[in-house]
Ligand binder design. Sequence first.
Ligand SMILES: *Cc1c(COP(=O)(O)O)cnc(C)c1O
Length: 491
Amino acid sequence: MFYLSTRDKAIKVLPSQAILNGIAADGGLNIPENFDELKFNPQELESMSNLEISERILGGFFTDFTKEEIKEVVKKAYVGKFPDNDIAPLSAVGDDFVMELYHGPTCAFKDVALSALPHLMIKAKEKNNVDETVLILTATSGDTGSAALTGFADVPGTKIIVFYPKTGISVIQERQMTTCKGKNVNVCAVEGNFDDAQRGVKQIFANAEKLREEMPGIVLSSANSINIGRLAPQIAYYFKAYKELMKNGTIKCGEPVNFTVPTGNFGDILAGYFAKKMGLPVGKLICASNQNDVLTEFFETGIYRSKRPFHITKSPSMDILVSSNLERLICMVAGHEKTKEYMKKLAETGEYKLTSQEHGTMLAEFDSGCANDEETLATIKSVYREHEYLMDTHTAVAWKVCQDWKQTQTDPGVNVILSTASPYKFAGSVIEALTGQKLEDTGFELMYKLHEMTGSAIPESLEAIKDMSPLHNDVTDKNEMQNYIIEKGRN
Ligand SMILES: *Cc1c(COP(=O)(O)O)cnc(C)c1O
């Protein structure tokens, strides 16, 4: 199978090349040529283990890997890193199900993909006889950074540089990154918000030729969810949830399940759409946003309008105005040529508008909604009070949007809400939700306080960084990111 650029179907690469390059040669994203070869009948799920589901999906997407290679990638990614090798335990909460994606090494859902990506990348390097060091460049709104650093730390033949916004991430998130060990890791704060950091990284990729000259022996790649090697592993948990719902008798094979996804860069929810294209009976995919509701507006109107105020919210991993992965959906709905045109418009004017037909096609698959901070905190409190279930702010956005959506349906069906972070990662906001007290973000003290209040367990990996001292303290201006990379890439 080949991957095509979302902006030009004549630009084709093999799966392993798509993983290595991160982004297509013309700045578009890599998208599977078609989904026919990827069909996965949900009936097969019943006899499959969790690891086998991941193997099946990665094997389908990465056809130039052998079965043994895929098996090894999955084993290295998940065995011993997730409790019971289960990347996504499902909890019944009220009438709905919460899929907990945060039991990996850094306590956010990005671990699922970023545990697999480094191993996919090493194999892809071998396959393409790439002797150069792969330099991973990543902009993070908080959770990607620590998951990527942890995934790539000391992986031979790779280096990683993570840029994070100086404003908008929590003390614990920052500490997770700045304490990351590994000879090949660099962490740098950018003066600005996440979009500034992400824009900087995108510009650097657009300028990759020049950098190649400056840094011989280095090839650039990305660990952001624009990399297909990050998107594909996430598809597995949609299938896995479906398997579990069949097993516990909630559904029969073939019945639809709706998923509500707390969304930022549109990677997680797009993985759900890919699952649907592969044949999983997904009903609606409900895109949940916080006060940065650019996607809610987009689904409601068909107009993507990125020029708007940027809000720093209590669900910071969703504070995004330009959702990169949306480009893949646009391509699937409107085709390559239109995608190129829309992305050009977006870059030049900050907005684009779908035709009413394209908009309609999208709405057959997706619904959307948003929740502001006040609603998010109220949701954490009410869910804890009614169900004794503790959730983080991102999950709460999705929970609230799902409940609102159910109100609009005559038959809301079976609903799964994706839970993307441990409540301990955002302890300050969770305590504020439960007590109304706004505490200063002191990081670890807040974790212990939340533990005292609720009796729930602090994830071991979070508690462990308490006694580690920061190893990284670099800061750069958003216009100086390229120079920082050249300096770090060279030595
Ligand atoms: C990254 C992240 C999201 C958003 O996921 P996307 O794939 O970017 O849409 C939501 N919640 C948490 C906790 C995250 O870390």
